[in-house]
Design a protein around this ligand. Sequence first.
Ligand SMILES: [Zn+2]
Length: 201
Amino acid sequence: MKLTTKYVCNECGYDSSKWMGKCPACGAWNAFVEEKVSSKSSKSLNSEGAIEKNEVIELNKVVHNSTSRIKTGIDELDRVLGEGFVYGSLTLLGGEPGIGKSTLILQICDKIKIDGKILYVSGEESAEQIKIRADRLNIKNDNILFLSETNIDNVEIAIEKHSPKFVIIDSVQTMYSDEITSAARKRKSSKRDNIKSYENV
Ligand SMILES: [Zn+2]
């Protein structure tokens, strides 16, 4: 696979095509780290077409359907999300350790109004740990699939294989990719308690 190189500031995440001694964004010295980005990833991003296909349109003519959201089944959460998750969107859930993110996520898995499988990927906990929590919450949803994995490429394979409608990544900081030799794990603020979830439409 063809790899291209970019340089990323360890302090603020600023990236550049060439190495720099001082970060122009945050002023840190010697903070740039080389990252390899596979051409496959960047190409697939482009082929999805954001830049080439998008045109300027009149906002007034945009038709939207407020029912095209996925209700979480938890009224307060639906309100926070603006009537539920948007199809094809990605939602980042953050909070202090122990505040109950994983519990909330499991409750969403149980109550979400979705017709299809839900894939719960954990990079931190085993299937047994998640099952114990699910039992405690009296969750018996047959549509919840579980994968203990930290390699995002394997997560992608699992998504392609099982075609879930809703995917939980708990947590995004535990994930890595073989295709990107990243400094991510060395970055200073590795808050391990964020949860990223997105719907795969
Ligand atoms: Zn910087």
